[in-house]
Design a protein around this ligand. Structure first.
Ligand code: SAM
Length: 270
């Protein structure tokens, strides 16, 4: 709420300054007021996804209640992603997919896939023989993902399900990906998710996790989007406990994102 007030006051202050300075386009107080209202409405609409997320998640909440921080405003989420990536979400997703090293013919599972942007981008990388499946706990996110896939003319499956209980048989996927989702899971459920990922992966299957690292200096300024942070070294320890071998961790190279790549220790049946 503080962020909304600060931003709207800035817009109003700027307009008043113009009005009492040289006159707002020399057109009088009514024009200034109408422009102010329009600007405020546009700003409120553009920022709504972020504020809703803040309200749902808390400032740095790791969602210690229920199944996690489940998002419902799918259109708002896409809008927020566009704003935060300066309109270059495709490039942002490319950074992530490069780390996945997808091969034609592979089966990929995107857990907590949101509105499916990453899964849709991954689809062309696995080719005609490969397959991509996305799951999210939110009906609204899954519905929007399906609409986007249809619009993009790609064949994908989106299922409403939780990371803690993946509705798939054992050993179905070559790779499981989870982007910007660990900070949405309650801490005790993260190892449940890793065990599920291990179960649905084929022997030698890969896991790629990407999430926000804690910045060195926390800004006190109101921000458009607040979210939790993940320590990938701690995640690495949990992964080893749940049947993975950690391959590497590092910075994704965009925003303050870190990644961890791991491989399941499962043995091929003789
Ligand atoms: C920040 S979004 C990330 C979405 C997507 N992976 C991306 O990179 O844009 C986090 C997603 O996790 C979903 N989520 C939260 N808890 C979940 C759970 N327990 N199981 C599955 N999805 C969950 C939310 O509904 C939301 O879509």
């Amino acid at each position: 709420m503080l962020a909304v007030l600060v931003k709207l006051s800035l817009v109003a202050g700027f307009l008043l300054m113009l009005h009492f300075g040289d006159g707002y386009l020399n057109a009088g107080a009514w024009t200034a007021a109408v422009h102010g209202l329009i600007l405020a409405a546009v700003a409120a609409f553009a920022l709504w996804g972020g504020f809703h997320h803040m309200r749902t998640a808390g400032a740095h909440g790791a969602g210690e209640r229920g199944i996690g921080i489940v998002l419902h405003r799918a259109v708002g989420y896409d809008l927020l992603a566009r704003v935060l990536t300066w309109g270059r979400e495709d490039r942002f997703r490319e950074f992530m997919l490069r780390l996945a090293r997808l091969q034609p013919g592979e089966a990929m599972l995107d857990v907590a896939c949101g509105t499916g942007t990453l899964a849709i981008a991954a689809r062309r990388l696995v080719g005609a023989v490969g397959r991509v499946t996305g799951v999210d706990a939110s009906v609204q996110m899954v519905e929007r993902a399906r609409v986007k896939a249809t619009r993009a003319g790609v064949d994908l499956t989106f299922v409403q399900a939780t990371a803690q209980e993946l509705p798939f048989e054992d050993g179905q996927f070559d790779i499981v990906i989870g982007t910007l989702m660990l900070h949405h899971l309650p801490k005790p459920d993260r190892s449940t998710f890793f065990r599920e990922a291990e179960r649905v992966l084929k022997p030698g299957g890969r896991l790629l996790l990407i999430d926000f690292r804690r910045p060195l200096h926390e800004s006190r300024l109101p921000r458009l989007h607040r979210h939790g942070h993940i320590d990938m070294n701690a995640v690495g320890t949990l992964l080893v406990e749940t049947g993975f071998r950690v391959d590497d961790t590092g910075a994704v190279g965009t925003m303050n994102l870190d990644y961890v790549r791991a491989t399941t220790d499962k043995i091929l049946p003789a």
